[in-house]
Design a protein around this ligand. Structure first.
Ligand SMILES: Nc1ncnc2c1ncn2[C@@H]1O[C@H](COP(=O)(O)OP(=O)(O)O)[C@@H](O)[C@H]1O
Ligand SMILES: [Mg+2]
Length: 389
C-alpha cells in the first residue's frame, strides 16, 4: 500500500512545487516507486519541469500523456491513466497534457460534472492497482474546489510556509476552509526559505497549527535551478537542502526500506559535507604554514643582522677594557653606547623569537589541528559505515 502526500500552502510561492519535485527525486534515489501529480490548474508549476519530456511523449505516442484535468473531466479513464515515465522509478501526471496549447480552469473542470467519483476512481487506481510506494500531490496555493475531494484520501498533508506572518495568516484561513476535510491524514508543516538567523529560531518551533517537521534554509542555487526548470541538485549544489529533506521524509515515510535508504543518503551527504570542511581546514592550515615559513625566514635574517650588530657593539665596548686602559670620558661614552646597543639587540632578538607567531595565530592553528583530527576520526567512521552498505 502506498503513502499519499498532499503539498499545501495558504500563500503562493512558499516552495510546494520545489519541495514536491525534490521529494520525488529523493525518493526515487532511495528506490521508492513514486508518482507525482500536478494538481495545480492555476500555475501548472510542476508540469513546466517536464514540458519537453511531455512534448516528446505526445509526438511519439498515439495518445497524449494523461493529465490531472483530463482525469477530472473524464477525457481520460480515471482508473487507467497513462502517466509520463520520467525514469524507471518515477511517473508524472501533469496538470494539463499540452501545456503550450491547452488551458483548463477549475470552473471548466467542475462544469464537466462528476469530478468527485472520477477523482475517487483515480485515487483508488493509484493506491491499490499500481506498485507505487509513494504518491505526491502538488496542490494549488490556498483553497481550490478539489481540495475537499482530494484531502480525505491523503495519508499526510504537508503545509509549506515561509517564516512570515502573512504565510501563517494565509494558512490559518485555508485551515478554516478545509479543516473538516483532513480525514485521517497526519498534518505536518515545514518552514521554507529561512535566513540563517531565522533558521536558528524557527527550527526550535515545535509547531503552530500543525507539527513542524523541518526548517529549510533559503538557497539561491535552488532558485537558480528553478529558473532553468531544473530540479535542485540535492547531492552537490544544494546538499544542505537535501539533508533537510531526508529528515523531513524520515518523519513522513515510515516504510523500513525507504527509511534505511534515506539514512544512507543522509550519511553520504554528511560524509561529503565533512570532506568539504576538511579540505577547507587543510587549505587554511597550509596557508598558515606557508605564511609561517616565510615569517621564519624573514625572522632569521633579521636575527642574524641584529646578532652581528650585537657582536660588533660588544667588541667595541670590550676592546678598550681588555687593553686595560681606563677609558677617557669620550671613549667611555662610546663604550656606554655600544653596551646599550648590544643589550638592545639582545632584547629585540629575544622578544622577536618569542613572538614569531602571535598567540592568537597559535591558538587558531591549534584549534584547526584539533578540528582536523576530530573530522578525520568522524570521516573514518562514516567511511566504514558507507562501505558496509
Ligand atoms: N529553499 C529555497 N531556497 C531558495 N529558493 C526557494 C526555496 N524553495 C523554493 N524556492 C523558490 O521559490 C520560488 C517559488 O517556489 P515554488 O516551488 O514555485 O512555490 P509554490 O509551488 O508554493 O508556489 C521559486 O523561485 C523557487 O525556486
Ligand atoms: Mg506550485
Amino acid at each position: 500500500m502506498s503513502t499519499s502526500v498532499a503539498f499545501l500552502s495558504g500563500k503562493g510561492g512558499s516552495g510546494k512545487t520545489t519541495l514536491a519535485l525534490s521529494v520525488a527525486d529523493l525518493l526515487c534515489r532511495c528506490g521508492a516507486k513514486t508518482l507525482l501529480v500536478d494538481c495545480d490548474l492555476s500555475t501548472n508549476g510542476a508540469t513546466y519541469f517536464y514540458e519537453s519530456q511531455i512534448n516528446e511523449w505526445n509526438k511519439s505516442h498515439a495518445v497524449s500523456v494523461s493529465s490531472f484535468s483530463g482525469i477530472l473531466c473524464g477525457t481520460t479513464w480515471a482508473d487507467k491513466p497513462m502517466p509520463l515515465e520520467v525514469n524507471p522509478q518515477m511517473d508524472f501526471i501533469p496538470s494539463v497534457s499540452e501545456i503550450s496549447s491547452e488551458w483548463m480552469t477549475e470552473a471548466a473542470v467542475r462544469a464537466s460534472g462528476d469530478t468527485e467519483s472520477r477523482l475517487g476512481e483515480f485515487l483508488f487506481w493509484a493506491k491499490c492497482n499500481t506498485d507505487y510506494d509513494v504518491i505526491l500531490f502538488d496542490c494549488q496555493a490556498g483553497y481550490s474546489e478539489f481540495l475537499p475531494l482530494l484531502l480525505p484520501g491523503m495519508d499526510v498533508d504537508l503545509f509549506v510556509l515561509e517564516a512570515d506572518s502573512i504565510s501563517a495568516s494565509a494558512m490559518r484561513s485555508l485551515h478554516l476552509k478545509i479543516g473538516g476535510d483532513f480525514g485521517r491524514a497526519k498534518l505536518y508543516q515545514v518552514f521554507n526559505k529561512t535566513t540563517p538567523e531565522e533558521f536558528d529560531i524557527y527550527s526550535k518551533i515545535v509547531g503552530t497549527f500543525f507539527t513542524n517537521i523541518g526548517t529549510l534554509l533559503f538557497d539561491w542555487k535552488i532558485r537558480q535551478a528553478f529558473s532553468r526548470s531544473q530540479i535542485p541538485d540535492l547531492e552537490n549544489n544544494s546538499a544542505n537542502y537535501g539533508a533537510g529533506l531526508c529528515d523531513i521524509c524520515k518523519i513522513i515515510f515510515s516504510d523500513q526500506k525507504i527509511q534505511k535508504s534515506l539514512s544512507n543518503f543522509a550519511d553520504e551527504l554528511h560524509f561529503r559535507k565533512l570532506q568539504e570542511k576538511r579540505s577547507k581546514i587543510e587549505v587554511e592550515l597550509n596557508f598558515s604554514t606557508r605564511k609561517r615559513e616565510r615569517l621564519i625566514w624573514a625572522n632569521s635574517l633579521f636575527e642574524f643582522l641584529l646578532f652581528a650588530f650585537m657582536v660588533v657593539c660588544f667588541f667595541v665596548a670590550i676592546f678598550p677594557l681588555s687593553m686595560n686602559q681606563f677609558p677617557e670620558q669620550k671613549e667611555s661614552n662610546y663604550i656606554f653606547i655600544s653596551l646599550i646597543g648590544a643589550l638592545t639587540s639582545f632584547l629585540i632578538i629575544t622578544v622577536a623569537r618569542s613572538r614569531s607567531m602571535s598567540s592568537e595565530e597559535r591558538r587558531k592553528r591549534l584549534e584547526s589541528e584539533r578540528q582536523l583530527k576530530e573530522l578525520n576520526k568522524e570521516l573514518a567512521g562514516l567511511e566504514n559505515k558507507l562501505k558496509e552498505i
